[in-house]
Design a protein around this ligand. Structure first.
Ligand code: GLU
Length: 550
């Protein structure tokens, strides 16, 4: 037996399979030409981050646009950083935003698909099989350096102003023999397995990034770790093995991974795998005192996707907004297809921002207002009450006390050809609808400057005698117009405009007085509808109350 074969048996005696076994177990996917297989590979180390949601969206829409597959894989090789419920938080978050998952983890517990397991901690044997093969071929070797020894080398490199790392003459165990390794293993010394890098800093690798274009970097010459001392792979190695066996065609991930591409391409080559296409997604940025910076998990509440839920942004609005961030041609498409689902958009990675698009809350509000305005009142009822149940239980109790009434409130100026665009997120609804619910109504009886109190009172006294709830909008306004001349106001605005000195105001001013009496506000949706929903008794009570308070 050659030394490398003996070394492989010495280091990984329990591994009996060879890579062929897995190559046969996970055959090529049967997909149409051009279909892209993409994934996200989150680590369950915290809440669902905006960056992960964004990457998931970009991957999802890439799969959808090409008739491919979008899958999730959990990278849980760093057990120290894992939090309990981490997988659930991420997957539930994606589900909540309507990002459908074809394969992999589809909930906190359940994984589906023929290329699993989709959790790296359950794949240790697979990684070790491939590492064993590399050791057999003399392309990987054990390293017994302690943390202190590595630290000392680093210090030496820094002092000599050299690149730090385990390479070239600093790769102490690169040429370790089977006999030397055997002695150390018999002594019970822990070891990692490192790649014996065939690369040189002098050489360049060039690759075409699907987002950023052509990139040139020095080849990797570091003997980086493949398997840690506990037999668990590093990210780099797991990435190569998993994306190969799962037949990923495009790795679309955060651009913090660009600097690792030389390592990854080298691994694919050494392992005899066809490398995927890489596309590195720029982070979402934020303006901070005029300077652009990455959204930070520490400083920015919107870094946590939970922020959007709490604020009551509809998940579809957030996704549509993120599509405007993802693709520079999405807004034009949206204008041409106002009612289509974003899923019908043909996404092209070349339309992504190379430098990092700005998170623009004003635009998010705008996209949301547009989309919320198109919801039917029944949908608003469902979504608003679901939000309130989770985030504002007092409001939830008010909304659900009399669902029929609430549904009528929500239908005002909705379900019509040109609905109003007042609400962007559910957290605005309580204030917006306050005057429709007695528990929330705190009227403000302040008249506009151009209206005398005596005129307001005279108008309201006259109006309450003629108010007829059954009036349609026209008849409703006609009543106000009929009263106007009796108290010195013009019935028509154009009369008033032609001769302003002849009138105290016009019928429109009087409708403002009525609006303030009924709602305590100068601006509201259609007052005639509001009054119909409130009912005659309540309107009369409010008018009388206003008469006594103005
Ligand atoms: N676990 C890595 C991350 O969360 C995955 C990167 C990748 O997609 O390859 O950033």
């Amino acid at each position: 037996m050659s030394d490398t074969l003996k070394m492989a048996e010495l280091l990984l005696p329990n591994i009996k399979n060879t890579p062929d076994y897995y190559e046969n177990l996970y055959p090529a996917r049967n997909l149409p030409e051009g279909a892209r297989v993409v994934r996200i590979a989150p680590s369950p180390t915290g809440y669902l981050h905006l960056g992960t949601l964004f990457a998931a969206l970009v991957n999802r829409i890439t799969a959808t646009s090409t008739g491919g597959i979008f899958y999730t894989r959990i990278e849980d090789t760093d057990k120290k950083r894992e939090i309990s419920g981490g997988i659930e938080d991420i997957i539930d978050g994606l589900n909540r935003f309507g990002i459908t998952i074809d394969e992999g983890f589809v909930s906190g517990e359940e994984q589906k698909g023929d290329y699993g397991p989709y959790k790296q901690s359950e794949r240790a044997e697979i990684y070790q099989t491939y590492v064993k093969e590399l050791i057999r071929q003399g392309l990987a070797y054990p390293c017994f350096c302690t943390a202190e020894e590595l630290e000392a080398v680093r210090g030496e490199q820094e002092a000599a102003k050299l690149r730090t790392g385990y390479y070239g003459k600093f790769a102490k165990h690169r040429d370790i023999t089977y006999e030397e390794a055997k002695v150390l293993i018999d002594e019970g010394k822990p070891f990692v397995v490192r790649l014996k890098s065939p690369g040189s800093e002098e050489n360049k690798i060039i690759f075409e990034d699907a987002v950023k274009g052509k990139i040139e970097m020095p080849e990797n010459d570091e003997d980086f770790v493949l398997l840690k001392s506990d037999g668990i792979p590093t990210y780099h190695f797991a990435h190569a093995v998993d994306d190969h066996l799962m037949h990923t065609t495009h790795v679309l991930r955060g651009d913090e991974w660009i600097s690792s591409v030389p390592k990854h391409i080298q691994l694919f080559k050494i392992l005899g795998f066809k490398p995927p296409k890489y596309g590195h997604i720029s982070p979402i940025m934020k303006l901070d005192n005029g300077a652009k910076r990455k959204i930070s998990k520490r400083k920015d509440p919107e870094a946590a996707v939970h922020f959007f839920a709490e604020q009551g942004y509809d998940s579809e609005c957030v996704i549509n907004y993120l599509m405007t961030v993802a693709a520079s041609d999405f807004e034009d498409w949206r204008r041409a297809n106002p009612d289509a689902s974003y899923k019908d958009f043909k996404f092209n990675l070349k339309k992504m921002s190379v430098s990092g698009a700005l998170f623009d809350e004003v635009k998010l509000l705008d996209v949301s207002k547009n989309m919320v305005s198109k919801l039917k009142s029944d949908e608003v009822y469902e979504k608003l009450t679901a939000w309130a149940q989770e985030f504002d239980t007092e409001f939830y109790a008010i909304l659900t006390k009399n669902p029929e009434y609430t549904r009528k409130v929500l239908a005002i100026d909705r379900d019509v050809a040109k609905p109003r665009k007042d609400i962007a997120r559910w957290s605005e609804a309580k204030d917006y609808f306050a005057y429709m619910f007695e528990e929330l109504f705190t009227p403000c009886f302040e008249l506009p400057e151009n209206i005398e109190k005596a005129d307001a009172l005279a108008f309201l006294e006259a109006y309450k005698n003629v108010y007829t709830p059954a009036d349609d909008r026209q008849a409703w306004f006609d009543r106000i117009k009929e009263i106007a001349p009796t108290i010195g106001f013009a019935a028509e605005t154009k009369q008033y405009k032609a001769e302003p000195e002849a009138y105290k105001g016009h019928a429109g001013d009087l409708s403002t007085v009525l609006r303030i009496a009924i709602t305590g506000r100068r601006n509201t949706p259609d007052l005639c509808s509001i009054m119909q929903v409130l009912g005659k008794e309540e309107c009369t009570r409010r008018i009388n109350n206003a008469i006594s308070k103005f």
